[in-house]
Design a protein around this ligand. Sequence first.
Ligand code: ADP
Ligand code: AMP
Length: 223
Amino acid sequence: MPTYVVMLGAPGAGKGTQAALLSERLGLPHISSGDIFRENIKNHTELGSLATGYMNKGELVPDDVTIAMIRERLGRPDCAPGAVLDGFPRTPAQAAALAEMLAGLGGKVDVVPYIKVEEQELVRRLTGRWTCRAEGHIFHAVFNPPRQAGVCDHDGSELYQREDDQAETVTNRIRVYLEQTAPLIAHYRAAGVMREIDGNQPIETVTAALLAVLPPAASSEAP
Ligand code: ADP
Ligand code: AMP
């Protein structure tokens, strides 16, 4: 049976940081909807030009487009053993579509770690975030600085500050999260798969807490 982990939490909670670490530990692909959109923008695709206006305003890209993009990604052979999803689903319609997609792949949403962080801290994290141009590796000016300022530790590429990490856009993204995505917490709690994680702890402590809530089959894959 494949293992699907869905990372839930507000923008800046640490989903991307933790999904990358879990993906490495579990040997499962890390699927970040935001990274796929940004890759499309970088490559000047039609999907990228559609997404960019929504992203720069901190709004969600429409469900139909986002769902089709994730359906295609999850259907690729590297997802056969499962995946760590980061940033998808973000609406009840996306959650329903995900359940249907995974059923078609012989799986289900196995566990939904919900990384909880208060709003003031989210703003500090997002406005200090530095992202790698090549692969989307994530750093923070104070909380997780790169070895050399402006340079990615992993691939040496340039680090940049995302357009949507500016303070005004951050406020809108948190509002959009509370309105459209936060209802998924109750949805997955009712389904018995939600696990709350205290995100106000150092990165390594959060990772340890996450590994502790993964299904045994998934965590035993860890080296
Ligand atoms: P998300 O994917 O949920 O939007 P990120 O993983 O990109 O969040 O993290 C947002 C910012 O906060 C990044 O700059 C990251 O380095 C930093 N960060 C992540 N986890 C922690 C943590 N536990 N403590 C402090 N800073 C963190
Ligand atoms: P993220 O990288 O997760 O912070 O996402 C950046 C932006 O990409 C969001 O503010 C949205 O505009 C868009 N986006 C990412 N994932 C989704 C999704 N599942 N549904 C709609 N829009 C999304």
